[in-house]
Design a protein around this ligand. Structure first.
Ligand SMILES: [Fe+2]
Length: 221
């Protein structure tokens, strides 16, 4: 379990939402009262397309999924940070971790809903929102590839020290979750671990409309 996360910096989780749940979550996009802010990616040169950060309280399905996934990831997160020689002692449940974020002035919710239409894309980036950074996040596909959109693959790049970068393209099925690393991956070398830098983005949508749910576990400053 989570073997590929350690080996490649991402892990496919298989289906985490049903088709009905995907459709219910993406239908919330139009309900602006559910969100605390909307980002037009072109305005910040992040790419093209838009996304909205949910406001607290999160929709029930989103809250449940974030709460369910966190404890599966927390033990890996602790070993991950240790391998990177970075501080990080993550509690085993999400409420305790969020309390820790709030004590450090990070109290705004980070789960988000992203909407891409033909021609939209997301530049390669990392999502950091303050000093406290959980090393993983989960992306869930809410639209059906081929039927509802074409193009729009999840892209991951890994920048290795003194070597050229490597890329992965992930086609997300509807309801499928993928864990990605927020920032670094520890790689075991002959003299212990070294770190690579990972970024993620989305290749241009060629046709249709693609929604994804982003679950970030730390809250934002
Ligand atoms: Fe991101």
């Amino acid at each position: 379990m989570m073997e590929n996360l350690w080996k490649q910096g991402y892990q496919r989780l298989g289906p985490v939402l049903t088709r009905e749940e995907c459709e219910a979550v993406r239908a919330l996009y139009a309900d602006t009262a559910r969100f605390r802010s909307r980002i037009d990616m072109a305005r910040y040169q992040f790419g093209r397309g838009e996304y909205q950060y949910f406001a607290y309280p999160l929709p029930r399905i989103v809250e449940k999924l974030r709460r369910q996934l966190y404890p599966e990831l927390a033990p890996h997160a602790n070993r991950w940070m240790q391998a990177l020689s970075l501080p990080g002692d993550f509690p085993s449940d999400l409420p305790a971790f969020l309390e820790h974020c709030h004590e450090h002035g990070q109290s705004r919710p980070t789960p988000l809903l992203l909407r891409y239409r033909a021609g939209d894309y997301n530049c390669l980036h990392q999502d950091l929102y303050g000093d406290i950074v959980f090393p993983f996040q989960v992306i869930v596909g809410l639209s059906r590839p081929d039927q509802e959109y074409t193009g729009g693959e999840l892209l991951l790049t890994e920048q290795r020290p003194r070597a050229q970068s490597m890329g992965h393209a992930v086609r997300l099925e509807q309801g499928e979750g993928v864990v990605i690393t927020t920032r670094y991956r520890p790689v075991e070398g002959s003299r212990g671990f070294y770190r690579t830098t990972m970024r993620h983005g989305v290749s241009p949508i060629l046709s249709g409309e693609r929604y994804t749910l982003g679950l970030i576990f730390h809250d934002a400053a």
